[in-house]
Ligand binder design. Structure first.
Ligand code: BYC
Ligand code: FE
Ligand code: FE
Length: 482
């Protein structure tokens, strides 16, 4: 079947890229497949490989109806290779080659750079599955468990998406990279995943919701930037991945929202006015709002690290060569080349945080990060509205970009969530006021008792407003024993 809206579903690998007509790539993917399944069984959701999970599977790339729902054992999930439909006459939207026809093949001079971008993107996908593999055991409901597994299988499909590009366009190098993507392990001291945040633990469900809200949103921003690529197969791949990504952030935003709702309702019912009366709030078996703020500080700052350095030659080169654009490049009104433009960036000068204009090309990581912060604020505002509506005097705030950073300008200094710079000693003395302490994590861990009766929810989280695929509240989203 030629490239298009419909997906060839009959073979081992569902696809809309005519794998049947491309014996070399089909063989390469079929050879890679058993290693992938081994990886999934080893490193995917622990303890639920035989369960029947009510999952959506992509069966088309038509935005109006691309998924079908049904019970699947996760190792039997149909991970496919799906690209958004080709746009006829598409041209390279930015950089030195702006206006030239989009590349259908890898431009030789940019081969190494493109390969690196694909490998980094690909590496994050299995990493997140590894980070989340223990969470099934403590799911607060079958609904949440199902959402976790949905996110996991789709991250698995995102790995397939990058592996397809590597196998199809990078020959032997691509095969080696595809293999290496199955070898690295999140948090492993010898063969870790490539980016910092993907080697952190996701120890509890509040972390999972924060991760899918904040870190999957970095995924969204990076995919948006790569969706602009002059390398057309990458652009089309990322455009389809973005349709799935929206659900991951939905899981995060509604997850945090439900935790907040439950906490505020419990406080009201118990007559607790002071959100900082942590002992009394915790005695109700819900997460106090200051601890939610700390979790947010942690996951937001870890995610900011994923945007790289404030001033980056890599970013300039990726843009100039037409490989990685800006967020919504096609909606921006400028010359799309930026050779003479500047961009304001917060830098660290003599230990102080100061704005500085840098060449716009070198500042592209920051531009994307700034767009990210605006996007991330949206959900925080909605959370705050809910807190207010529930009558609790507390507001969540995104911490300053210099807070708790390990990459870039601010990795050299310490700053509190308001952006006040301080000594290492002051930081060490106060760290637990801003980031989850051992005691906070132990408390959250104590709440993580599994609830697996259909329609029931753990006491620290409110039920969702709507079920999945229009299903009623008591629907059995996961048949744990198959
Ligand atoms: N950790 O020039 P710089 C997702 C390295 S998430 C460790 O500033 P650049 C998802 C950097 O590699 C989206 N190392 O870097 C979410 C470089 O090393 P080399 C993933 C880091 O390239 C949830 C050196 O420092 N996709 O999809 O401008 C669930 C100099 O840095 C880090 C992408 O990221 C770090 N955080 O920017 C599942 C898109 N940051 O080469 C999935 C592809 C930097 O000098 N990647 N370094 O040895 C890129 O566009 C860029 O590579 C980065 C870094 C934005 C990551
Ligand atoms: Fe992904
Ligand atoms: Fe995601």
């Amino acid at each position: 079947m030629p490239d298009g809206i419909n997906v060839d579903y009959d073979g081992l690998i569902p696809n809309n890229v005519d794998l049947n007509g491309d014996a070399r790539v089909r063989k390469a993917l079929e050879t890679w497949h058993p290693g992938y399944i081994d990886w999934w069984k080893d490193m995917g959701p622990e303890g639920f490989q035989e369960s029947l999970v009510y999952l959506r599977t992509a069966v088309s790339v038509d935005p109006k109806g691309w998924a079908k729902f049904g019970y699947v054992k996760m190792p039997d999930y149909k991970w496919g290779v799906l690209l958004a439909p080709k746009v006829e006459g598409r041209t390279i939207p930015f950089g030195a080659h702006k206006g030239e026809p989009a590349w259908q093949d890898v431009p030789g001079e940019y081969r190494a750079m493109l390969r690196r971008l694909l490998v980094i993107q690909g590496d994050t996908e299995p990493a997140s599955v590894e980070q989340q593999r223990h969470l099934g055991a403590t799911a607060p409901s079958l609904y949440d468990m199902r959402n976790l597994f949905q996110v996991n299988v789709e991250e698995g499909r995102h790995l397939w998406a990058m592996v397809y590009l590597l196998q199809k366009y990078f020959g032997k190098d691509g095969r080696e990279e595809a293999e290496a993507l199955l070898q690295r392990r999140s948090g492993d001291k010898d063969t870790p995943r490539m980016l910092g945040a993907f080697n952190e633990r996701t120890p509890d469900w509040l972390s999972f919701f924060m991760f899918t809200y904040f870190t999957d949103r970095d995924g969204k921003m990076q995919l948006e930037a790569l969706a602009q690529s002059g390398f057309d197969p990458l652009s089309r791949t990322c455009r389809f991945m973005l349709t799935e990504e929206a659900h991951h952030m939905f899981v995060g935003e509604t997850g945090v929202m439900r935790v907040i709702e439950r906490t505020c309702q419990a406080m009201k019912a118990a007559g607790i006015e002071d959100p900082n009366d942590i002992a009394r709030v915790r005695a109700l078996g819900v997460v106090d709002l200051p601890t939610i703020q700390k979790k947010m500080n942690l996951h937001f700052s870890l995610t900011l690290d994923l945007f790289g350095n404030e001033v980056s030659t890599n970013a300039a080169n990726a843009f100039n060569s037409g490989l990685k654009g800006r967020y919504r490049e096609d909606k921006l009104d400028d010359d799309h080349q930026l050779l003479n433009a500047v961009y304001p960036v917060l830098r660290c000068v003599d230990g102080a945080i100061v704005p500085q204009d840098v060449p716009a090309l070198s500042g592209l990581n920051m531009r994307l990060r700034d767009d990210y912060v605006v996007d991330a604020q949206g959900g925080v505002t909605r959370w705050n509205k809910a807190i207010e509506k529930l009558g609790v005097a507390f507001q969540l705030t995104l911490p300053h970009v210099a807070h708790n950073r390990a990459i870039g300008e601010f990795s050299a200094i310490e700053a509190d969530p308001a952006g006040r710079v301080m000594s290492k000693v002051e930081w060490a003395d106060n760290r637990d006021r801003w980031l989850p302490s051992v005691a906070d994590n132990l408390f959250i861990a104590s709440l993580m008792q599994p609830v697996s009766a259909a329609g029931e929810y753990a006491g620290w989280i409110a039920p969702p407003k709507l079920g999945v695929d229009g299903k009623p509240g008591e629907f059995e989203y996961v048949k744990i024993h198959g």
